[in-house]
Design a protein around this ligand. Sequence first.
Ligand code: HEM
Length: 252
Amino acid sequence: MFQKVFVSSVLFAAIVIYFNTAIIQYFQSFVKTSVSQDKQVNLFTKDELKLYNGIDKPQLYLAILGKVFDVSTGASHYGNGATYNFFIGRDASRSFVTGKFDVNDVSDQVADLTAEELRSVNHWVQFYNKDYKRVGKLIGRYYGADGKLSRYGKEVKKLIQAAELSKDNEDLEKLKYPPCNVEWDAQRGTRVWCTEKSGGISRDWVGVPRQLYLPGSQDYRCACVKIANEVSASLKQYDGCDDNSHSCFVTS
Ligand code: HEM
């Protein structure tokens, strides 16, 4: 009897020790991975990045908003003599929008760009994140020598977030007030009209053309409004156009 109790106690203790060790090892491995992942973030100086041009070093690296990507698999676009070789070994973020691929135009400044341009730069960042491997950060305008986002980097991040948000709001507005079709001819002038697909928004209603004023501005665009008698400070009827008409001539 004593033997049986002793054996099962030993067995029980062995099982507890085994599982405890496994659990501790599991958590240790987790901690190790996250520490080593942190260490994997390479920091490049401008001069170091320049070397990743397929010649001094075999890889092709480029930076955008200070994020460094290995684009070696896209050598046909980025290799020596290829169309987009200009981007290699540097951060030429601005050229992703301007399309100026001249060494005299190299700039990584984007804070003064329009919301649409900022969205375009951001889409390129997303493209590289999706199609290529991120290999580190460039010390400079966007990241400090400690690898942390600089004040400028934080500012640009906020500007991009705001630019993406304004696009979402624009999209929502277009769903509510789809743009009209517009045509012009010398005799009749400008005509605006609504269809179930005008403005590229497919819907089950046609709507009536109204002038939709942009907030705080004298500018307006033609919007198709679902309910003809909708009253809003930002909506104005076209002069000389019937309340329920799907088509109006612009007289002023
Ligand atoms: C702001 C202007 C432009 C920028 C910044 C730009 C940038 C780029 C970049 C970086 C790539 C390589 C993408 C990759 O890694 O796969 C690319 C590819 C390409 N670009 Fe442009 N591009 C511009 C304008 C144009 C224009 C105007 C055309 C056409 C007339 C054009 C045609 C192409 C084509 C066809 C490819 C793909 C080539 C292929 O997959 O074989 N790009 N562009």
